[in-house]
Design a protein around this ligand. Structure first.
Ligand SMILES: *Cc1c(COP(=O)(O)O)cnc(C)c1O
Length: 434
């Protein structure tokens, strides 16, 4: 079962937690029990494939909620790509999380959630379609749209601000068709978010339609990200670099770091964690002062981490029993300015021949020259550098090739539904759905 971090909502099954997203008391769902995996799993992990590792972890996390055959099929379909560790320096290995369809680590969570939702709706007695509403400023929309593409029983409606997402991002959710509809809102990202919120508060509508959101606080997006860390550990072990392993996670809403911390609770031998931030450093401030002061974000070159009020902060507090000393014992923080992002992109390429992206650069900057003797680092590379081509090319002076997968999106034909930013028009659109 899953409990709410606010403690005022009833415990929920996985199905309910996935469909609801947030608990009734607006808290975040957490698993009541985080099962430890047996020692023999860790003793042999370096001989296992990504699929085998992920199935073992998924059995432990979801095995009581989803029959094994269905769960293994969901894992199989989710992980249709690898997450290799590429050695960068003698002690730093980059875990490349960007080989999915939209070249972002969010692909795994979005694909897993889509299939899990498909599993639950297929088995639901009423056979009604689930409508997923997502407001996006760019990356979430592409990962969710691609993750849900072709999943039976689920329709996705992506709301995005007209003229305010990059052309590549726009292509990643407007060219898909099938069960994905893009709504081009004449307004800002905040307007898109307000439209989605209005729909969820519209009692008449939610009575008639099965609506859900696919934002990153959903347990079905969060928990599967722990697969990465077991797989990354296995590869570092193969390289002989797992004895004093530091895990560094470039963080925004702290979902990915949270999944990494859960992996340690399951017994993964990690010595310590580094949460790497850009100029949005409320977490670092919390670690240094003990006070958490969320505030509006500031724009940076690593824009997927421009978060001033990380939505998973409460989950981290919850995991450590709200004990500041305990949090500090396991996690250290770091901040990286735009100037440091630029110099790190350039130095890493020219010294080691490895092309970081601006988010990975925050992580590299946080650990490079800051290790104790004997330590090695598993560094999450969260996005492909081609997604931030201009920034990277300007910083390094070297060209970045556009991967075929991204180029293919640019060939597709854009299809979108124009939408005003006031609720009545959106309501009218929703009222025509079944
Ligand atoms: C979403 C994202 C992050 C931040 O991940 P969180 O789980 O929100 O901390 C970092 N880098 C990239 C490229 C992202 O898309």
């Amino acid at each position: 079962m899953y409990y709410s971090t606010n403690g005022k909502a009833p415990a929920a099954t996985l199905e309910k937690a996935v469909i609801r997203g947030l608990a009734e008391d607006r808290g975040l769902y957490m698993p009541e029990r985080i099962p430890a995996l047996p020692q023999e799993f860790y003793a042999h992990i370096q001989t296992m494939t990504f699929h085998e590792i992920a199935c073992t972890v998924a059995d432990a996390l979801f095995g009581e909620d989803v029959p094994a055959a269905d769960l293994h099929r969901i894992v199989e379909e989710t992980l249709s790509f690898d997450c290799p560790v590429v050695p960068v320096t003698r002690s730093i290995g980059a875990l490349e999380l960007f080989h999915g369809p939209t070249l972002a680590f969010k692909d795994v969570g979005a694909r897993f959630m889509a299939r899990l939702l498909g599993h639950f709706t297929r088995n639901a007695s009423d056979g009604r379609i689930i409508h997923v509403l997502v407001a996006t400023s760019g990356d979430t929309g592409s990962a969710v749209a691609n993750g849900f593409l072709g999943v039976p029983g689920v329709q996705v409606h992506v709301l995005y601000p007209k003229g305010k997402v990059s052309p590549i991002q726009e292509c990643q959710f407007t060219t898909l068709g099938r069960n994905i509809t893009a709504l081009e809102v004449d307004g800002t990202f905040d307007d898109c978010q307000a439209l989605v919120k209005n729909a969820f508060m519209d009692a008449e509508l939610t009575e008639r339609l099965r609506l859900t959101s696919a934002n990153s606080i959903n347990v079905a997006r969060l928990l599967p990200q722990s697969f990465y860390y077991f797989h990354g550990y296995a590869q570092m072990k193969r390289l002989g670099l797992a004895d004093q392993l530091v895990v560094c996670v470039p963080s925004g809403n702290f979902g990915n770091l949270c999944a990494a911390l859960i992996a340690k609770r399951m017994g993964l031998p990690v010595k310590r964690y580094v949460a790497a931030n850009n100029a949005n450093d409320v977490f670092l401030e919390y670690l240094t002062t003990g006070t958490y002061t969320p505030r509006p974000s500031v724009p940076t070159l690593a824009n997927a981490m421009d978060v001033g009020a990380p939505s998973n902060f409460d989950r981290i507090l919850d995991l450590y029993g709200h004990d500041w000393e305990a949090v500090k014992a396991d996690i250290s923080g770091a901040r990286c300015s735009d100037a440091e992002i630029r110099s790190t992109l350039s130095e890493c390429l020219h010294k080691y021949g490895y092309q970081l992206d601006p988010h990975g650069a925050c992580g590299f900057h946080a650990v490079w020259h800051r290790l104790s003797p004997g330590e090695s680092v598993l560094l999450c590379e969260t996005a492909h550098p081609a997604k931030f081509r201009q920034t990277v090319e300007e910083a390094t002076g070297a060209p970045v090739a556009l991967p075929e997968r991204l180029a293919a999106f640019l060939q597709g034909e854009k299809q979108s539904v124009p939408m005003g930013r006031d609720y009545p028009a959106f309501r009218d659109y929703l009222s025509k759905l079944q």
